[in-house]
Design a binder for this molecule. Structure first.
Ligand code: NDP
Ligand code: 7N6
Length: 308
């Protein structure tokens, strides 16, 4: 593979300014341009994109600016002989910091007081509503870049951390690592269950009625993974029936979440519009991954983060 041109697709705007990514790549000895859907591609092209397009299969290599590549048809890339790389590895601070924000807001009731501030309402929560994160158990589902970042921070806050990953291999700061088949046992005693796994055939609907039923009545579900990892109807029913105490959701079944969705009105649910990874340096982080792989191609080394 030999890359002559890097085409930054304008769909990248969903994550960061495409021109910022292009500017951060200027130092490479390659032509770099921002392109739209009218562009065509050939075997000398790398496309940097947020969303897939059929035409990208004509390029040599496509880089997705997200860690999750569930929107891409991996087998089509393999059949076309087009390399596909993702952006895992750059969300180890952003998403975990957002998760710490959710946990802290819930435990210290900050979201409730912010709502009351809007009404100029001076009203304290009942005595037993607030708690400390220290001593509480968190179950981190998926212990990759994001899950490890969550585990490390939760451990530093004095939380008891357990986790779930495919391999079951141990992770620093995680007291016990469970295999996916043991998810229910892992989640049952946790005050927080934090989803940090990819959306795959195995994880779609992972959080179903049975899992929500097994969770503590005072537990919170945090989803920074993908909406369909959680059963939508199951979550709504669990909140209605008091099977869990609440949720913090960054990833949704439909994005944008429709204005009439029943979750918007719930005080016990924190909703963010898929921004857990937002940062003013996202363009630089993506460019660093692309630059590293352009250099690897020059050296004849295998691509980093290759998924097809
Ligand atoms: P990684 O690839 O670094 O980690 C994924 C982890 O999930 C691994 O530990 C893996 O296990 C584990 N895993 C895979 N399948 C299962 C399963 N069936 N049950 C339990 N664990 C499983 O990815 P990242 O941490 O970078 O990102 C994770 C996901 O988070 C992305 O795929 C994306 O969907 C989402 N994301 C969301 C963002 C947002 O803005 N909200 C931002 C970035 C990512 P093992 O280690 O054993 O392989
Ligand atoms: C865009 C983050 C991912 O999978 O969903 C996220 O990386 C996108 C800022």
């Amino acid at each position: 593979m030999d890359i002559a041109r890097i085409a930054v697709h304008d769909s990248v705007a969903a994550a960061c300014p495409p021109a910022g990514v292009a500017e951060s790549l200027r130092g490479l000895d390659r032509s770099v341009e921002v392109v739209g859907d009218d562009a065509s591609f050939d075997a000398g092209d790398c496309v940097v994109t947020f969303s897939p397009r059929e035409a990208f299969l004509d390029a040599a290599w496509v880089h997705g600016v997200r860690a999750g590549y569930d929107a891409f048809d991996v087998s089509a890339y393999e059949a076309a002989g087009t390399a596909l790389t993702n952006s895992t590895g750059i969300h180890g601070d952003t998403v975990p910091e957002t998760v710490v924000g959710y946990l802290t807001a819930v435990a210290r009731r900050l979201h409730v007081y912010r709502d009351r501030q809007r009404q100029r309402e001076w009203r304290q929560e009942p005595y037993d509503a607030a708690f400390t994160l220290s001593g509480e158990r968190v179950c981190v589902v998926g212990l990759g870049t994001i899950g490890r970042g969550v585990a490390e921070r939760a451990d530093a806050l004095g939380m008891e951390v357990v986790g779930v990953r495919r391999s079951g291999d141990p992770v620093d700061g995680v007291e016990r690592v469970y295999a996916p088949d043991d998810l229910r046992a892992a989640a049952a005693d946790a005050r927080f269950v934090v989803l940090c796994c990819p959306l795959t055939e195995e994880t779609e609907g992972l959080v179903d009625a049975a899992l929500l039923d097994a969770m503590r009545a005072d537990a919170y579900l945090v989803n920074v993974a993908r909406g369909p990892v959680v059963g939508e109807d199951a979550l709504l029913a669990a909140l209605d029936d008091g099977e869990i105490a609440g949720a913090a959701l960054d990833a949704h079944w439909e994005e944008p979440l429709p204005p009439d969705h029943p979750l918007w009105d719930r005080e016990s649910v924190l909703i963010t519009p898929h921004v857990a990874a937002a940062t003013n340096r996202y363009h630089e982080d993506v460019a660093a991954l692309v630059r590293e792989n352009v250099e690897r191609i020059s050296r004849g080394d295998p691509l980093q983060n290759r998924v097809a």
